[in-house]
Every structure is written in structure tokens, then in C-alpha cells.
Design a protein around this ligand. Structure first.
Ligand code: GAL
Length: 941
């Protein structure tokens, strides 16, 4: 049977902060804790976590903390800190014959993973997935495995909001001991002169047995229209214990090419068949993807996709999502890519660290070129490992065209930086010779020794004037603007006011080091040798509220706000990126109280001429310079402004801004018409304040209350960088007419109901303090709306179940004695050998200690922390099988005695006073020659 993958995303216990672990330090403790499985405290199954918070993954604890002025601006004034996670899981009996791998897709920031009391992994980057072989230390069947993760998020890797905790999935894979190394599977299609593709193929087989195995590999390719074909098969061959690399190739004639408009992705399945008892058996299969396209960077002409020049119209983006932080449900990447594509963007830079695989998959499917980025510029063993993980994970994805190995590094203009860049490039090309390496330079590019000349494509951040100078000095070196623009704006804000941290949307406030959208693209579009650029940023993000600090908590750079709502810059970029006519006019036309005052009106259009009308009266038709745009100053009068865009003298596109009425209603809509329920996905609900004729009221800031039936409100957001409402509360103000909620359906429901109540008095920031209070107000002072979203059940990822009982498996056993021993006897703390350590559970049974020993005695002893609650109630001690004459002592107090001639179950009641470190002793006297004692699991349940 091929490998099976399970998620471990549900039912974790979480504790924010460190936990004191006061252990004694006598010889006995020191001796016994310096052993496998003996990490003290939380990693031990009997550490009581029953009172910890219950959470599901993905989980970002930072997003749930309050904004606090004392915190760091770069982290969005949220707290980070340290925390613990714990979860148990059971493995079926079949797992005994498998290799077992545990994987974490992302933990922010550093973490230590413990399994069954053993420290098994340290991870130091919050962006890199990591996995570990746990085959040797897991328990099976009824004995639970205890997984504990300590997360240290006091350490930071970036200057933006990075979240905190296990913010991506955790999984476990069970595979045959002879299997395919998942990330070793690599298909590298290369175009041939006749247009067909020769696909170099490689995979590594790991044989974790000690015998040579024989088998073969097969590779199936499924085309975008569903045709599956066997494209490659090896001869039968031997796989020695350890790792065997298999290489080969196949020819693909007339494949459907991948490009941004036709994102044709082929599915790949690599299968391992092994000669075995049952002839040939499929024992493993690994799925990946493949795309057929050519990419080149030309030093004079820029980037070519399938031999056609494509200017890279890109944005840089961090990974947090409005209202929910970095714990992003996997389907939401599609929401983001859809928005960027609607802007005409064709390229995405993963600033500044390895993104979730699901983002890359969305880019494959939707036709978005990716500049994939590594977090740490370093050639340390660990950093090279992170880089290798990035490349191995993403090298089969057709959307990925470039890897960036650094961003704005102080060593970029030095010999050291150059050497590091060379080594990192070599690391990448060894694993993936089909792509190009860049790095984002913010200086040092004209030095004799610098990192830019050690890579394939020189990446320039900002510094428009250096484009020509660098190109002149390095005419054979391709170049790309890895980061540009950094222009500030707030959605729907048209007056800059530094005293209120307000920034206007006229594309005229770039950072000191940045440029307007227009100047940026003028510089890039006028130079064929600049392959394209990535604007800072597509979406706003939490943290780095430049140019302000508190009370601003999120960035002002986005062309879309935190929610993904379009700012005016979105239309400006669209006008520049797209050939089809785009016509947008700003500002909105609600300026009550400013009647007669001059208002600055601006075009965002790619038409040849633009004409502005105010209430039907023309204010002049102007020639449009795409990189300047047109402006008019007009006296405000309510009504409407209209911009007509002309090509060849004819109106080809128009845009209108109307003065709206007051808010009379709220409108709810959903990003998608329904939501798939696979336990992981979320819906995006858009909430708008509208007037009587259905127009969004752009200056309306009503307070709302959002409730959900059949699901959970994961968070809400409104795109205001100065808003301090908690993301996870049910009150949320509409900001400039809109806000958004992210909702996850419960398992098994058919529909999800989102209900929104808005208070007609316009107040923001911290209202609805007492919801009850509002319920008593007359009903018509509220607007109420609900939306029902059909939930379509989808295949759920398999989950490993957690434990309902706590198994007590590790006992101390006294020597057998003829005489009744002192049950409460203490061994000396330096005596490690008189009593034995034994393991008691159902699958292995207990050592047979009193066979042929009628009338003899032993004592079983164990110290355990009895939790206050297991499975929702006060626990009892349950012996699955015990026999002989028995006396049970709890903390030196005799609790019960009983006698059985054959092993039977027995329950022992516990008392609240036992909920501490408890010494359990069972004295057993054999009453026949067959044996006596514990012969099966002991649990607290
Ligand atoms: C760049 C940096 C980005 C962001 C940006 C803001 O220098 O690479 O991460 O900080 O500035 O303009």
C-alpha cells in the first residue's frame, strides 16, 4: 500500500508563556532524567495540560493579543513571547511495519520538538518546513504518543509581523520501509529544437531495511484535460540498504504549454513497485507537478516566457492575511492571487521568506510567476539546509522562475557577500539547474566585488538611477527590480494629515527611498533590459507602519489594503499593466460641507485622452501621459464626476463617482458562491455599507457586530492601519464603507450563516461594549443582514485521533521476595539497580514476574502527575488486566485490596487530593503457579 498521510491539526493544547519546571536535583533524578525519553515536565505524558487552551492548527497566538503601545512597531504592536503546544496521537497496529515521518510546515520562530519525552528536533527558521523520522520512538495501538512543542517567538527573523506559534500544518506520513524520498522527485523539462520537451527525471529510493530489495519506478503524467499516461519506467533493479538515486528521461511531444494566461499544470505520480511475496506490489507513490515552458533572462531584452518577451509586473508580499495573521487557511492564497491577477499583475515575490506550498500551488494553477525567496543569507550548515528545502519543495512548480537568496544585506557589496552568494547559487543550481538566482541589492552594486555579479539576475531594490549605471558596467548581466515603489496610501483617504496618521491616495507620497507607482514604471518600461519589477507591496501587512508609528499598526504600502480591498493605486497599476482600456477616477464624491471648495480630481487610465465631467459639465479633455496621468481641480458640488477615456477619438471606457445617500443598509457578499468543507478552508465575507440605491457609502464607518452559525469567525478586519479593534472579536467597524470577515464552517454542516448587525449611529473603535445593552435598544436603530453560504462537503484530510486515556506504561518493579516486603520502602537515591524499569502495555504485555512463584511478592511503583480532567471528567485509575492478591497504595495510603486468580480489569477510584505528583504502589502476591501482576495497560481515564 502506498504511503498514507495524516494531519495532526486538531485538538492541541496550548499554553502561552514558559512553564516553570522545578525538579529535584538529587542523584536519582539527575541519573534518570539523563536518559532517552526522560525529558521532564511538559514532554511527559503525565504532565497535566487539561486546563490549557484547546486550539486547532494553523494557530498564530500573536494575532489574538491586544495591540500595545509598549510592543514593537515592526510586529504590529502585538505580543510574541514563548509558548508550549501539546497533543497526543494513537498509531494503528499496521504502523509498526512502516517508516514514520513527522512534519511541520511552519513554526514561528524557533522551536524544539519532543516526542514521548525525547527531544527530537530543533528548528531555527520560522519559514522553513522541517520533518523528522520518528519510527524508532513511537508507541502503537492503545499507548498514546505525546508530542510537545516549545516555541520561542521572542526571536525575530524579520522587521514585519511574523506571528507566533505552529502557524502551518503538522502531518505524519506512514510509508513502507522501502520508499521514495518525497522531495527527491524532480522533473526538469527542457525544450528541444522541434518543440518537444526532453524531461530529465530523478528520484531517490530509501531502503530502510537491512536487505537488498528489487523493484522498479514508474512515472505517470496526467495532462490538464485528464489524460493519464505512463511516461517513464525503469528496468527492475536492486536497491541497497540506504539511498539509491535513479535517473532517466522521457520525451514529451506537443505538451500544453504553461504560461500566465494558460496555466497548464501536469500532475505527476511517481510509483515504486517492489518484488515481494505478492509478485509486484505498489508500495509507494509520490505526487508532484510538472509544467512545460521555457524561461530566459536576457541582459538586453529582459524576461522571456516561451520565447515571448514578458515584462514582470510584480508585487512583493508578506504572508499575513487580514484579521487572521499568519495562520492562513490554505484556500485563501487563491483569494490573494485572484486579486493581484485582477490588477494585471503577473508576478509575485515571496518577501522575505519561504512561503506555504499552497501559495505556490495557487500560482501554478492561476498563472502567476513566482520569485521564491529564502530568508537567511548565510552559508552555515543550517542556512544551506533551509535553502535546499526551499528548492527541493518548489522546483517542480512551473510558476517558480527565480530564487532570491537575500534581501538588502549589509555584506552585499563585499567580497564576503559575493562568496556567500556564489556558494548559495551553486547549492541551488545543483538541485535545480532550470531556474535563475537573484538577490535584492540596496547598495554596493558598483563595487568591484559584490553579490550581484555572483548571481544570474542582478536584483535592484529602489535606486532607479542605478539601472543605467549598473547596466553600463555589466552589459551582459540581466537585471530585475526586485523591489520598488513603497508609496503610502489609505483606502478611501484623500487628505494627508500627519497629526492623525492619515495618508492620501494620489500616488504622491513615496517613502524617501521609494518612488511613486508612475515614476517606478516609467523607469522600468523605458528600459527593456530591466526584466520587470516588484512593487512594495501588493497587500498591506501588519507591522512596519512606516512612515508612522503608534497608533498606526499596519503598513500603508499596499495597492490593496489588509482585507484585499482595492486602493486607487490598484487601478493605476492596472492601467499601466493592462492593454485593455482601464479608466478610474478619484476621489470619491462624498464631501459634505465642502460645497464650492476645490477638490483635486485625478485619472488612472491607459486611454489616450481623458475628459472629466462634473454633473454633466466638461472640465476639459486632456492627453494622457500614462506615467503622469491627468488632474483637474474642480469646485465640489454633490452629484457625480465622470471620467471618459478615449482611444482614436472614441470613448472606450468610463468611470463614475457618485455622491451617495446616507447609509441605509448593509450588504453581505461572499468571495465564492459556496465553501468547500474539508476542515481546513475558510470563506471570505465582504460587508458593505450602502445607501438606498445600493451604492457603497465611501465615508461610512458604522460599527458592526458579526456572528456566525454553523462555523467559526476566525477574524475580521477593515483595512484601516490605525484601527485597534481586536481581530478575533465579534465587533468590527466598517471602514470607508467596507469590512471583511473570515469564517470557517464547522465539520458536517450544510450551510454557514453569517449575521451582521450595524448600529446606525456612526461610532468606531471599541463600541458594542455590551452587546446585551444593544439588544434592548429599539430594533430599528440597527441594520441587520444575514447571508447563507452553502457548504459543500469535500474530502477531508485524514487525522490521527487523540487519546481519551492516559497510559501509565513505565513502572519500577521490586525484586521478587519470599516474605511480604515493606510496600512503602524507599530505595536509596543512588541505587539504580535493585529495582527494574519495566514497560507495561497491552501489545507487549508485562514481564512475567511471578510465574512458578506461588506465595511470592513484588511491588509495582510509579510516580505520576494525576490531571484534574481527562476527556472532560475527573479521572479514575483503570487496570486493564491484573491478577493475584493485590493491595493498592496511593501516596502511602492504602486505598483498596482485591484478589483474582486470572487477569481481569479493575477500576480504582481517585480523589481530588490525588491531583498532584502521586506515588502509586501495587503490592502483588501470587496465588497460583501461573503468575500474577500487571499483564496489560494501566490508564488514567
Ligand atoms: C525595503 C525592505 C522591505 C520593506 C520596505 C519598505 O527596504 O526590503 O522589507 O521594509 O523597504 O519600504
Amino acid at each position: 500500500m502506498p504511503r498514507e498521510r495524516y494531519l495532526l491539526n486538531r485538538d492541541w493544547h496550548f499554553h502561552l508563556g514558559e512553564v516553570e519546571n522545578a525538579i529535584k536535583t538529587d542523584h536519582g533524578v539527575i541519573y534518570s532524567t539523563a536518559k532517552a525519553g526522560a525529558c521532564q515536565g511538559i514532554p511527559q505524558a503525565d504532565y497535566d495540560v487539561s486546563q490549557w487552551q484547546k486550539v486547532d492548527l494553523p494557530h498564530d497566538w500573536s494575532i489574538h493579543t491586544p495591540f500595545d503601545k509598549e510592543n514593537v512597531a515592526d510586529w504590529g504592536y502585538k505580543s510574541r513571547g514563548k509558548g508550549w503546544y501539546r497533543r497526543s496521537f494513537l498509531l494503528p497496529k499496521e504502523a509498526k511495519d512502516k517508516k514514520l515521518v513527522l512534519g511541520f510546515e511552519g513554526v514561528s520562530t524557533r522551536c524544539i520538538v519532543y516526542l514521548n519525552g525525547t527531544e527530537i528536533f530543533h528548528n531555527t527558521s520560522g519559514y522553513t518546513p522541517f520533518e523528522m523520522d520518528i519510527t524508532d520512538i513511537v508507541y502503537f495501538e492503545n499507548v498514546p504518543n505525546t508530542l510537545a512543542v516549545f516555541v520561542d517567538a521572542t526571536i525575530w527573523e524579520g522587521w514585519w509581523y511574523e506571528g507566533a506559534g505552529i502557524y502551518r500544518s503538522v502531518w505524519l506520513e506512514m510509508m513502507h520501509p522501502v520508499h521514495i524520498d518525497r522531495d527527491s522527485v524532480f522533473l526538469n523539462p527542457k525544450e528541444q529544437e522541434d518543440g518537444s520537451f526532453a524531461v530529465a527525471i530523478e528520484a531517490e529510493i530509501e531502503n530502510a531495511t537491512s536487505e537488498v530489495q528489487r523493484g522498479k519506478l514508474q512515472c505517470y503524467l496526467t495532462s490538464p484535460n485528464g489524460q493519464k499516461e505512463l511516461v517513464w519506467e525503469t528496468e527492475k533493479q536492486s536497491f541497497d540498504p540506504d539511498q539509491t538515486k535513479v535517473t532517466g528521461s522521457f520525451l514529451k511531444k506537443e505538451p500544453l504549454l504553461w504560461d500566465v494566461k494558460h496555466p497548464n499544470v501536469y500532475e505527476v505520480e511517481m510509483i515504486l513497485l517492489l518484488e515481494g511475496a505478492k509478485e509486484e506490489e505498489i508500495i509507494d507513490s509520490v505526487q508532484t507537478v510538472c509544467g512545460f515552458r521555457t524561461i530566459t533572462f536576457d541582459a538586453k531584452k529582459g524576461f522571456f516566457l516561451n520565447h515571448k518577451p514578458v515584462k514582470l509586473f510584480g508585487t512583493c508580499n508578506h504572508q499575513d492575511f487580514g484579521g487572521i495573521g499568519v495562520a492562513v487557511p490554505s484556500n485563501l492564497w487563491e483569494y490573494r492571487i485572484e486579486k493581484l491577477k485582477a490588477m494585471g499583475s503577473n508576478a509575485y515575490r515571496c518577501a522575505h521568506g519561504m512561503p506555504a506550498d499552497e501559495l505556490i500551488e495557487a500560482c501554478d494553477r492561476m498563472g502567476m510567476l513566482v520569485l521564491d525567496e529564502n530568508r537567511n543569507f548565510s552559508t552555515s550548515v543550517e542556512a544551506i539546509g533551509q535553502l535546499e528545502t526551499l528548492v527541493k519543495r518548489h522546483r517542480n512548480h512551473p510558476s517558480v522562475i527565480l530564487y532570491s537568496i537575500f534581501n538588502e544585506e549589509p555584506l552585499e557589496g563585499t567580497l564576503q557577500g559575493m562568496r556567500m552568494a556564489k556558494k548559495m547559487r551553486r547549492t541551488i543550481l545543483r538541485l535545480d539547474p532550470g531556474r535563475f538566482v537573484t538577490g535584492a541589492m540596496h547598495g554596493g552594486m558598483l563595487e568591484e566585488e559584490n553579490a550581484a555579479i555572483a548571481i544570474d539576475v542582478a536584483g535592484v531594490n529602489y535606486q532607479l538611477p542605478i539601472y543605467d549605471a549598473f547596466h553600463e558596467k555589466n552589459p551582459a548581466m540581466p537585471m530585475i527590480a526586485t523591489e520598488t515603489t513603497s508609496t503610502f496610501s489609505i483606502r478611501g483617504c484623500y487628505e494627508k494629515d500627519d497629526s492623525k496618521n492619515l495618508l492620501a491616495s494620489y500616488d504622491d507620497s513615496p517613502a524617501d527611498w521609494g518612488n511613486t507607482v508612475r515614476d517606478t514604471w516609467k523607469a522600468i518600461m523605458e528600459r527593456d533590459f530591466v526584466a520587470g519589477g516588484f512593487m512594495w507591496t501588493g497587500f498591506d501587512y501588519l507591522g512596519e507602519p512606516t512612515p508612522h508609528v503608534w497608533p498606526s499598526v499596519s503598513s500603508f504600502f499596499g495597492l490593496l489594503d489588509l482585507c484585499g480591498f482595492e486602493k486607487d493605486g490598484f487601478y493605476l497599476a492596472k492601467a499601466i499593466f493592462e492593454k485593455e482600456p482601464v479608466c478610474h477616477v478619484l476621489p470619491h464624491w462624498n464631501h459634505k460641507g465642502k460645497e464650492g471648495s476645490p477638490i483635486r480630481v485625478m485619472s488612472h487610465t491607459n486611454c489616450e485622452e481623458a475628459e472629466l465631467f462634473v454633473n454633466g459639465e466638461s472640465f476639459g479633455r486632456k492627453n494622457v501621459d500614462l506615467f503622469k496621468q491627468c488632474e483637474w481641480i474642480v469646485p465640489y458640488q454633490p452629484g457625480q464626476i465622470r471620467l471618459d477615456g478615449y482611444r482614436d477619438g472614441k470613448v472606450v471606457s468610463s468611470d463614475i463617482q457618485m455622491t451617495t445617500g446616507e447609509c441605509k443598509d448593509i450588504r453581505l457578499s461572499s468571495w465564492k458562491k459556496n465553501i468547500l468543507e474539508n476542515g481546513e478552508y475558510a470563506a471570505v465575507i465582504i460587508i458593505e455599507a450602502i445607501d438606498a440605491s445600493g451604492l457603497v457609502v465611501p465615508d461610512c464607518n458604522l460599527m458592526t457586530e458579526i456572528t456566525v452559525e454553523g462555523g467559526k469567525l476566525l477574524g475580521s478586519c477593515n483595512g484601516d492601519p490605525n484601527c485597534h479593534e481586536p481581530f478575533d472579536g465579534k465587533v468590527r467597524s466598517i471602514f470607508h464603507g467596507k469590512c471583511m470577515a473570515v469564517v470557517r464552517p464547522n465539520r458536517g454542516v450544510n450551510e454557514l450563516k453569517v449575521m451582521v448587525r450595524a448600529e446606525l449611529t456612526e461610532q468606531r473603535n471599541g463600541l458594542f461594549s455590551d452587546v446585551q445593552d444593544h439588544c434592548e435598544k429599539p430594533i430599528d436603530s440597527f441594520l441587520k443582514k444575514s447571508l447563507i453560504l452553502p457548504v459543500v462537503s469535500a474530502k477531508e484530510a485524514k487525522e490521527l485521533s487523540t487519546v481519551q486515556e492516559m497510559a501509565l506504561t513505565h513502572w519500577k518493579l521490586s525484586p521478587v521476595s519470599e516474605e511480604r516486603p515493606d510496600v512503602l520502602q524507599k530505595t536509596e537515591s543512588f541505587d539504580m539497580n535493585s529495582w527494574q524499569d519495566i514497560y507495561v502495555n497491552k501489545e507487549s504485555g508485562s514481564p512475567k514476574v511471578l510465574e512458578n512463584a506461588k506465595g511470592k511478592y513484588v511491588i509495582y511503583q510509579q510516580e505520576v502527575q494525576i490531571p484534574k480532567e481527562i476527556n472532560g471528567h475527573f479521572p479514575e485509575l483503570y487496570l486493564y488486566g491484573i491478577w493475584g492478591e493485590c493491595e493498592v497504595y496511593i501516596n502511602e495510603e492504602k486505598r483498596t485490596e482485591f484478589a483474582y486468580e486470572w487477569a481481569v480489569p479493575h477500576t480504582i477510584k481517585l480523589e481530588p487530593k490525588d491531583c498532584k505528583r502521586t506515588d502509586i504502589r501495587i503490592l502483588v502476591k501470587s496465588i497460583n503457579d501461573f503468575g500474577a501482576g500487571l499483564n496489560s495497560t494501566v490508564t488514567l481515564r
